[in-house]
Design a protein around this ligand. Sequence first.
Ligand code: IFM
Length: 442
Amino acid sequence: MKFPEGFKFGVASSSAQTEGCGFEGGRGLSIWDVFAEKPNAIRGGFKPSQAACESYRMFDTDLKNLIGLGVNSYRMSIAWERVLPEGTGALNQKGTDYYKRCFDKLLEAGIAPNVTLYHWDLPQKLEEKGGWLSRDSKRWFQEYADKMFRLYGDIIPNWVTLNEPISVFCGYGLGFFAPGYTNKAWGNQARHNVMTASGAAVEAYRASGHKGEIGVVVDIWKRIPMTNTPEDIALARDEDEENWKFYTDRLLGGGYSDYILDKFEKEGTLMQMEDEDFRLTNLPIDFYGMNYYNTVPVSTKKENIVGANQGGNFAEDRKVSNPEGLYDVLHMIRDMYKLKIPIYISENGYGHDGPETVNAADGMVHDDYRIEYLSKALEAVEKLIADGVDIRGYYLWTLMDNWEWSAGHDVKYGLLHTDFETYERTWKKSAYWYRDFIAQSR
Ligand code: IFM
């Protein structure tokens, strides 16, 4: 099918997962640098400073690959700790120059930068002041966002405040993401505060007068009860409420559900909230970004699989592949919140848990399973557009194999294979497939 004029075909990435190069250019420590030092925090012990893709010095190579794929947009994030090593205050010129150069080069190539402000790498200096548990976090984030809008607001068409705010809950409540705390009340407070901070960034964007778009990305992992028993239905409901509705209700529905407020009250984990927090998240946003990977089957009778792989997608057990689910899940979200704003599929991709090797005979990785997944997911996008759903873009996760958070190098999502010794990038079969798909869809 031909996609609508101007539809964004992109790939998505993030700073912590790709930039690497140690602390070159004056990058400050992030909470993930510190977390990665803890024994067993990251599979294989890989650290983001050493085990990402060296894009800080290899951006031109990445750009060549983006041009080769034919994408017209690249979703990337700014490392807060690179531009503001202290989290607030003085900007690091080398850091801001780096992003300016990336954005200029992308624009010269006709690739629109879609820029995320927070993709999980909180400056460690702010963590030392309480991190997302502090009520000051909204002020810190607003200051950072405001500085970025002043620097780049006139050239960036799309901004994302947060990518997957659940990461903050995983970090403060569940312990397998940075900063590694296991206190549910803290997790709830931190996730409440990060949503507030997102609203504060939207407020700063409107005040800056720039005319681009700003939105928020929430990942949806719809739970599917494995049986019709009341227990399984109740479990699916509970996990939906905790894992994604918490964020979408706040962002798209105006506030939290009675279910979640009652539950936290009973547990003694209810967060402190002020009217101002909701005023901020109720400021209008220009789009909703949905990250979709899979649905999650749940049953009280099965071993709880959540957290099995501990990559970015901690709910991914990699036994389920449901690319078609994108269709129903997106319709569900639209109906649930009577959504009128445009939607981006801000991430979608296939994670392979295990090695993927470059075939010596033809120099390619034969990742047919990824092609199968992607073709079904993109078919779902086509059907949604045919239904009249206002989807403006699709960003495949991800350009190249990178540092997959707590899963280290074990789980691979890239269209390109990365050799983590030489940092050579090699196109997989799926990269050629996506390139051809884009070319045929225009
Ligand atoms: O790698 C992550 C990304 O950082 C956030 N979304 C899910 C991806 C795959 O796990």
